[in-house]
Design a protein around this ligand. Sequence first.
Ligand code: ZN
Length: 260
Amino acid sequence: MRKFRIVVLTIFVILIGGCSNLRGTKLLVPEHFGLIKIDQDLYIEDGVDEATKEKLIDTITKSEEKILSAYGSVQSHPIVHACITEECYSSLGGMGSTAKVYGNHILLSPRGLNWHFLAHEWSHAEIRTRLTFGAWRRLPQWFDEGLAVAISEAPEHSEAHWRFLIASNVQRPTREELLTYKSLRQWLDAVHRYGETQNMARKANGEPEVRPVYSAAGHEVRPWLSKYGGHGLIEMINRLNNGEDFEAVYNSANQVRVDD
Ligand SMILES: [Zn+2]
């Protein structure tokens, strides 16, 4: 059974992101890679202190509440893997990011041990659970990310950050450009192009971090979600599962939008 799960997850990570994500298959046997089980769906790197353990359990509770309030119920039950060192995180495939989701497995870096990052990845897991595979493949990356940004309320991707980018004249995608980021590859290329992968260097130089692409997606989806709420989201998921095109569903619902 374990071998079967490893094969399924391996195929999944190849479909979503290529060979670098193959390290994520280690999450199926976390005890072999320095993580210990501390709760039913929670693994933490060995050596963690009690305070961090408690904080993580609270983090899971708060993240689940956010998913519940956005979707109306929670259908996904991801297994959370938390690293307390960067070495652990990169060895499990997390290079260059703060948190990642592999199917039903969420991996958190030491920088991502808070409910904002967990709720973000959990939103990806929740919508994937609710969509058929075909509908999930047709869901544009910008919407998946924008929804995760809106639900997770991360200060890094907030409306305040969006206004800071405008005030600082930082380059950011137009709405028209954002809506072209349909595949994961297009999304990652834009994240790289707009410099979001350079934030560690900015921080080291004492410069402010910038997240123009994630913030643009949040800026697009946040008003949609606050207008249509959980009912609108479930309606969208049902229509996508019934074979409708994303653009038709989004545009028919998206009559009101808050501009810059
Ligand atoms: Zn994401």
